[in-house]
Ligand binder design. Structure first.
Ligand SMILES: C[S@@+](CC[C@H](N)C(=O)[O-])C[C@H]1O[C@@H](n2cnc3c(N)ncnc32)[C@H](O)[C@@H]1O
Length: 388
């Protein structure tokens, strides 16, 4: 039988992220002190320990889930997959009282049905437990205690345990959401991608339920994005070391007495602003973030430099007259917001065209399944005067 590969100091840790955010996640890991990163497709790989796994689940902002590799092998057939999976020491990872699920992705001509490899691995797990204990753990697809991730690329198989469980964008701070909320991991990744210096005054003029504002404040204060989250699948593994976790959790920053800059949000909908305020209540910095009900067009910057990062309606989930709206965003930036760096995420190419400003940077990325563009517009101090 294969020995348990989870040696303490050399785990292969894969942090999954969205398309286009690989470099952003690698940069975040570098900043945390993980210098050796390997960029993969929608993921970044590092080598580390279980302590790193716990630390990263709490602290990383730009990853969706964190996997630890259990085995990696090559197969010739479906039967081969079952046999090789049977050699894995499954009973050392979790006990019979825990439910489990096998998920993942399959890109292989060996399988006509892409779900079949998951079924084979599930059978191997169940058979292994039956052999050893005469009993088997139950499968639970919706909220399993333990999730195994299987990646098959042609004849190459990687089996990992998903140490996060529910995706890490389920931060635990958002009780109220709007119609088109931005995923928290996407919001955090956009802020990092924009290279906001965490000191310049920050504005989200289409704040909805406040995700961008909260992620900006979490970043600027150094409070872990997952400070409010309780669920982590690694707690259900047999090797869970609660002392190590308790120490990491206890040492995390959670209280701040001020923000390093002003962080301000507004939305035309009073219902949305109420949701933002409700979400902010969970955070120690909540009372420092100013929110108001108003249209973006009423915002006038002061002399100080401003940083705007926002996702206006795209016309997908929220109905809006896109060309008119984006044209007024362009005019507002030119006339009301001199000395501003503005970043807009939108799926509407028509909208971007109507802004009437040339972006100095643009990135293609996804908000859920929606292809979006994230663009930077620089409004200089003189722009207002030149235009008038
Ligand atoms: C895509 S949503 C923003 C979602 C937000 N990022 C979140 O995570 O909840 C766009 C928001 O723009 C707001 N909005 C629409 N027209 C507006 C206007 N003229 N001024 C300010 N907000 C507006 C809508 O009420 C909506 O909440």
């Amino acid at each position: 039988m294969k020995s348990n590969k989870l040696k303490l100091n050399e785990l292969k840790i894969t942090l999954k992220c969205g398309f286009g955010f690989e470099e952003t996640l690698a940069e975040e890991l570098n900043e945390m002190g993980y210098e050796e990163t390997q960029i993969m497709n929608r993921a970044v790989r590092i080598i580390g320990t279980w302590k790193d796994v716990y630390f990263l689940n709490l602290n990383v902002r730009c990853a969706i889930s964190i996997l630890v590799e259990l085995d990696h092998f090559f197969i010739r057939s479906d039967e081969d997959l079952y046999k090789k999976a049977l050699r894995i020491d499954w009973t050392s990872f979790f006990d019979i009282s825990k439910t489990f699920a096998v998920k993942g992705a399959v890109f292989s001509t060996l399988f006509n049905n892409t779900q079949y490899p998951f079924l084979l691995i599930k059978d191997a797990i169940v058979d292994k437990f039956r052999d050893e204990y005469g009993e088997r753990p139950n499968v639970e697809l919706k909220t399993p205690h333990v999730v195994f991730d299987v990646y098959v690329k042609e004849n190459e198989v990687t089996i990992s345990v998903n140490t996060s469980g529910l995706p890490l964008f389920q931060r635990g701070y958002r009780s109220s959401v709007g119609e088109a909320p931005l995923n928290e991991v996407v919001a955090a990744s956009l802020i990092r991608l924009s290279k906001w210096d965490r000191k310049t005054n920050f504005i989200d003029p289409f704040c909805g339920s406040g995700t961008i504002l909260i992620e900006a404040a979490l970043l600027a204060t150094g409070i872990p994005s997952n400070i409010e989250r309780q669920h982590y699948a690694f707690k259900n593994l047999k090797n869970f070391d609660s002392e190590v976790w308790d120490e990491i959790y206890a040492n995390a920053k959670r209280i701040v007495r001020e923000l390093p800059c002003s962080i301000v949000g507004s939305d035309i909908s009073d219902e949305m602003v109420l949701k933002t305020r409700r979400n902010l209540r969970a955070m120690s910095f909540g009372r420092f973030i100013e929110t108001s009900v108003k249209s973006f067009s009423e915002i006038q910057s002061s002399d100080e430099k401003c940083f705007v990062l926002s996702n206006p309606p795209y016309g997908e989930r929220i109905e809006a007259k896109i060309p008119e709206l984006y044209e007024s965003i362009g005019n507002w930036l030119k006339h009301n917001m001199p000395n501003t760096e503005a970043w807009i995420i939108s799926s509407s190419e028509e909208g971007f065209k109507s802004i009437g400003l040339k972006p100095s940077k643009k990135y293609k990325l996804y908000n859920g399944d929606l292809e979006c563009s994230f663009r930077r517009f620089d409004i200089y101090e003189g722009s207002k005067r030149t235009k008038l």
